[in-house]
Design a protein around this ligand. Structure first.
Ligand code: HEM
Length: 504
């Protein structure tokens, strides 16, 4: 009897608390961005959140309640920005205030948030690391030429590998992944060459899969929100541990020994800095070099190889896009020479296909979470310091107010009436923020765009890609893709053939 009364009082109190918090806005909150209704005690909005596809539900809530709002997921309060105006204000206008990264259990493991570029909050050390990496990725003059020649070599290898599976069903993902990863290793390691690059590639692929499962904004966030769950049963926790072990193994056995022969690489420079700099106030250590290596390899490989794989999937759904690209390439580039970066301006349709690819799939849908480092304002509302901010690029890139028929894959939306590519200052181009913007903008933006162009145009110049069985072809719609840190389509196979008149 007594226990039923206690239970009834407890339930009643929770109900009253819920009604009060749902229906009233405390006066201290009046100037804040509004909290979504339906918040329950302790768990907040987690009960109605599909954690396997958070970007989709957050975009749906934006349509229902307005494009900027707060939610609560367990103990964590999050500001969610879903439209261009608020995202631009947060990343560019108030970029200094919103350039942090939130403290998270997952990123604190092994002190990653003190050494990493991706997961470290904005501070002097991060600014230093970003500058060092940008110096090493020189995307102009000679640096650009070197990138072009590295890509050309790798594309030739890729074409040979594709040739081996000509006319037989093939899954393009692992083949593309290896090529893109190989370029990344080459860029990051400088002139050092490894004798067992195949084994490194395979280990990186495994590590990538584990980090993708454990570092997204989806299901794996429960590790941050529910501390007790980590120790009970949490497969993501096991995978995270394994990923960190594999990362150490790759570093200790494969990468660090090579660094003695690689004075031209950013990782070598960081190691030298950590050993010899007498005033190392920034605490740059071997762990920093290891983390920067991991960041660059993973961020530089998964994103680009997923984009290329999605492009091939789209070719299977829209064969006319592939043909239009081919016609444009063959009208500009001699049949016996591969497309070059200097051809970019003469290939507006190819460029438009790549822009539309990045908009349509938006494969880093929630960007990387940001964090307010001081109080600021967004949309004239007060935003306190120490708040996690989700930048919903997915909602921005499928916003019907900007993009007509956003779920159609239509490269022509980036072409003007005279057949020219919309200029970078055009409203639509400015609203395409695939790489973020401001202080934390992607460090590989120029590299990614150049590499995508070279790969996509070279593949179309030499090969055709076709469907094996349309009934078994997975959907092209990115709403069906699997969410990790990067969205991935379901695996698929295709048939590829050499174009008759071309030598490979
Ligand atoms: C299609 C390809 C790519 C896409 C869509 C992409 C997208 C992004 C996005 C959305 C962010 C988060 C920005 C933010 O926090 O606001 C980011 C960060 C980052 N990207 Fe990329 N990226 C791509 C390729 C690359 C490449 C090739 C590299 C290799 C250098 C790279 C390295 C990084 C790094 C190091 C960061 C962290 C920057 C920081 O936290 O300060 N990305 N990228």
């Amino acid at each position: 009897m007594f226990s039923s009364v206690v239970l009834a009082i407890a339930v009643l109190s929770i109900l009253v608390y819920w009604i009060i918090t749902s229906l009233t806005t405390p006066s201290s909150e009046e100037h804040l961005v509004s909290m979504l209704p339906g918040r329950l005690p302790f768990i907040g909005h987690a009960w109605k959140m599909d954690m396997s596809k958070p970007h989709i539900i957050l975009a749906k809530w934006a349509q229902m309640f307005g494009s900027i709002y707060r939610i609560q997921l367990y103990n964590d309060e999050i500001l969610v920005l879903n439209d261009y105006k608020s995202i631009y204000e947060a990343l560019v206008v108030n970029g200094t205030s919103v350039s942090g990264r939130p403290p998270m259990y997952r990123t604190s493991q092994d002190g990653r948030n003190r050494h990493s570029i991706v997961w470290q909050t904005y501070n002097d050390k991060l600014a230093f690391l970003r500058k060092e990496v940008l110096k090493s990725l020189k995307m102009y003059g000679q640096g650009l030429q070197q990138l072009e020649s590295k890509c050309m070599e790798e594309i030739q290898e890729l074409l040979k590998k594709f040739k081996l599976v000509e006319n037989t069903p093939a899954n393009p993902w692992p083949i593309i992944y290896e090529s893109v990863c190989s370029i990344m290793l080459n860029l990051v390691l400088g002139s050092a060459k490894s004798d067992n690059s195949n084994s490194i590639l395979n280990k990186v692929k495994d590590m990538n899969a584990m980090f993708n499962d454990t570092f997204g904004s989806g299901n794996s966030r429960k590790m941050d929100f529910l501390p007790w769950m980590r120790n009970v049963w949490c497969s993501e926790q096991q995978r995270l541990k394994k990923a960190l072990i594999l990362r150490d193994e790759i570093w200790n056995n494969d990468i660090k020994p090579l660094m003695r022969f690689s004075s031209d690489s950013v990782i070598h420079r960081l190691l030298m800095f950590s050993e010899h700099h007498s005033t190392n106030d920034l605490n740059v250590s071997e762990d920093t070099a290891k983390e920067v290596f991991t960041n660059l390899i993973l961020a530089g490989t998964d994103t680009t190889s997923t984009a290329l794989t999605c492009l091939l999937l789209l070719f299977l759904h829209y064969p006319d896009v592939q043909e239009r690209m081919y016609e444009e390439i063959s009208s500009v580039v001699d049949i016996d020479r591969p497309p070059r970066l200097s051809d970019r301006s003469a290939l507006p349709y190819c460029e438009a296909v790549l822009l539309e690819l990045l908009r349509y799939i938006s494969h880093v849908p929630l960007s990387v979470p940001h964090y307010t480092m001081q109080e600021t304002t967004i949309n004239d509302k007060k935003v306190p310091a120490d708040l996690t901010v989700y930048i919903n690029l997915w909602a921005l890139h499928h916003d019907e107010n900007i993009w007509e028929d956003p779920w159609a894959f239509n490269p022509d939306r980036f072409i003007d009436e005279k057949g020219r590519l919309l200029g970078p200052g055009h409203q639509k181009r400015r609203r395409l923020m695939v790489f973020g913007a401001g202080r934390r903008v992607c460090l590989g933006e120029t590299l990614a765009k150049n590499r995508l162009f070279l790969f996509a145009t070279s593949l179309v110049q030499k090969l055709t890609f076709s469907v094996i069985d349309r009934k078994k072809l997975p959907s092209r719609d990115p709403r069906t893709f699997e969410m990790g840190l990067v969205l991935h389509p379901k695996p698929f196979q295709l048939i590829l053939n050499s174009r008759n008149n071309v030598h490979m």
